[in-house]
Design a protein around this ligand. Sequence first.
Ligand code: PLP
Ligand code: COI
Length: 341
Amino acid sequence: MEKKNIDWANLGFGYIKTDYRYVSNFKEGAWDAGVITEDDKVVLSECAGVLQYAQTCFEGLKAYTTEDGKIVCFRPDLNAERMEDSAKRLEMPVFPKERFIDAVVQVVKANAAFVPPYGSGATLYIRPYMFGSNPVIGVKPADEYQFRILTTPVGPYFKGGAKPITIKVSDFDRAAPHGTGHIKAGLNYAMSLHAIVTAHEEGFAENMYLDAATRTKVEETGGANFIFVTKDNKVVTPKSSSILPSITRRSLLYVAKEYLGLEVEEREVFFDEVKDFAECGLCGTAAVVSPVGKIVDHGKEICFPAGMEKMGPTTQKLYDTLTGIQMGRIEAPEGWIKVIE
Ligand code: PLP
Ligand code: COI
């Protein structure tokens, strides 16, 4: 198969239309068989549930070309499970896990020419999503839904790739206790747009959100969880019921413990203790492991010892091991890698 003529090494994190996408419709209580289609347009009622009350959720995962030339993706079963949680919380029907994984395989296979080559630094981002499609005007769930998967080749989420970023402590809250912070609902991102535009205008790459109830604890950013490294080399990550349970973070904790022999702690992290950490990073499918060099809290700066040019040593080891597993250079734990072709 011939790859598309794309400048893989210089891709940013943007949308490039690929040739195929997957579509399945839910009507009268059941999902149809689903198809791979070239049609990238969605035609909806003007009163569709998604347009009126934002009834939509999504997922994000990636396909990689491994060192030995296979196309694989990383833990798609966990994305299927998380989308099930999102759907249930939003009163949407569940797209069954086995079908979710099969649809990912079908759409990546169809778009194999867009899967960036090994070593290019780029990957194929896979975006499953679902939305209420029939007319809804009283506040209630839709009866009909569409599940789709689009794919797009991407480079690094943050400009500069693996260079440390500067983030700010946000004055906005991302998620309320007992709200929807733990699921991947479109509404969580809609309400973060003003905060991220504001942060970008002020020269910051991302926001650090604090817990909405007390504003004393670290939650996450708009699109990634935090990992910290203590001065005695323990990996610490915030525990909260209002953050997204990142698959990357769960994988990194396992990697830290089982591959690198590090102690790991998932616990409440108070903002006051952040200044004492040795390293800070963001983790997520899009972010991979992105080092944070500086956190600014209303003019007060927290600067991490590795500086603004390179990752801290433990963050680098976590990054190297995780990406090594994803790209087939390091043996993966059982079940982590789904071979597509
Ligand atoms: N937190 C938020 C708010 C996200 O949008 C994402 C991205 O999916 C993550 C964390 C990281 O999750 P994952 O590692 O499963 O991609
Ligand atoms: C992902 O990492 O897959 C996400 O959905 C985060 C988003 C900010 C791009």
